[in-house]
Design a protein around this ligand. Structure first.
Ligand code: KG4
Ligand code: ZN
Length: 342
């Protein structure tokens, strides 16, 4: 019998709902919150309020586009965390209310596992190429940077993680320093295409094992610009593209160094990337290039599945449903990864 899952994502500043039936995506609706742009970052209270406004229309639209009624939904999967607590509370409370009203079970989803499993969302008429187990996933988002070993749909082991900022934060902070707006990643990506990635060098971190650090490189950019601007007030304006290309290249070098080490240590050559920063064209090209050189099978998510979306929550719910992993109705969201017992 067909298994139909409604997924709901509300961990940060995107309200999203999706319907998955037997691994195939029937709809994926998103309401992004423009309100944060003017502040140069996500304002948690405004995010919760916007989720509250958007969630019902977004869920209704996902059902309508999929041509599915609540009667046909087998379970509701929702993001429990990590993320902004106020944002998560909206999705969690809405899910519980809907579940009680429609008499459906609920499934809690770890947002990070969702990003990784976005590789398993099948699209009608798509190539639907999927990594084979075990694979390594470089998970790069606004809140996390991890190298994860994935043994099957639900068994994950974090091999390395950032000890300070996430790589997405480094992109966003660099854009802020340069006055390029928020979110910074896509702007830097675009400008970097026109710049010389070898023009400038910034301080590279030195962290043991498979861990990362991105706070030093951000500070290095800040001090470099401060010194240059003293000599030439037009320096930033005249070197914008080269600065973005060089900074982006350094971030990618840092990511790749540890990923290559992880491949050496594990012998696993199935390599996937996931999360908002996996939309970065420089990173996508580099992963493919290294893959060709080193004999890896590489998997890049479709761009629409890189940033936060509910399709990834619904597909994770699909796999959890099959293992009978339902959540109790007194479940509460959790904001930090460390609180996860998964
Ligand atoms: O996964 P995501 O949507 O949200 C979190 O779970 O954090 O990731 C958002 C992050 C932001 O830092 C944003 O600047 C970054 O992904 N991002 C990019 C690109 N598109 C989004 N970073 C670099 N290049 C891009 N093209
Ligand atoms: Zn995310």
């Amino acid at each position: 019998m067909a298994l139909t899952i409604l997924g709901i994502e509300s961990s940060c500043d995107d309200t999203s709902a999706a319907i998955i039936r037997d691994e195939y995506l029937l709809s994926n609706v998103m309401a992004s919150q423009e309100v944060h742009r003017q502040y140069g970052g996500v304002i948690p209270e405004l995010a919760s309020r916007a989720h509250q406004q958007n969630i019902l229309p977004v869920v209704s639209e996902a059902l309508r586009q999929a041509n599915v009624t609540m009667d046909e939904v087998d379970a509701i999967a929702f993001t429990r965390g990590p993320g902004l607590l106020g944002s998560l509370l909206v999705g969690t409370s809405f899910t519980k209310g809907l579940a009680v009203a429609a008499d459906k079970p609920i499934i809690e989803i770890n947002h990070l596992q969702g990003h990784i499993l976005s590789h398993f969302v099948k699209v009608e008429g798509g190539e639907n190429r999927q990594p084979k187990f075990p694979f390594l996933c470089l998970l790069v988002s606004g809140g996390h940077t991890q190298i994860v070993r994935v043994d099957n749909h639900l068994d994950f082991e974090i091999l390395g993680h950032t000890i300070d900022d996430a790589v997405g934060e480094a992109f966003d902070k660099c854009a802020k320093i340069m006055g390029l707006g928020y979110p910074g990643g896509p702007v830097i990506d675009k400008l970097a295409k026109e710049g010389d990635p070898k023009k400038f060098r910034f301080a590279k971190p030195n962290v043991p094992e498979l861990n990362y650090s991105f706070s030093g490189i951000k500070t290095s950019l800040l001090y470099f610009l401060r010194d240059q601007l003293k000599e030439d007030p037009q320096f930033m304006e005249n070197n914008k593209a080269d600065l973005c290309a060089s900074f982006q290249r350094d971030l990618i070098d840092i990511l790749m160094k540890k990923l290559i080490l992880a491949v050496k240590q594990t012998g696993i050559k199935e390599i996937a990337i996931a999360g908002g920063v996996s939309a970065n064209s420089g990173l996508r090209n580099r992963i493919e290039e290294e893959g060709r050189k080193r004999g890896w099978n590489t998997y890049l998510p479709a761009l629409k599945f890189t940033t936060d979306n509910a399709a990834m929550i619904a597909i994770t719910g699909y796999f959890r449903y099959q293992r009978g992993l339902f959540a109790p109705l007194d479940i509460a969201p959790i904001s930090r990864s460390a609180e996860y017992g998964d």
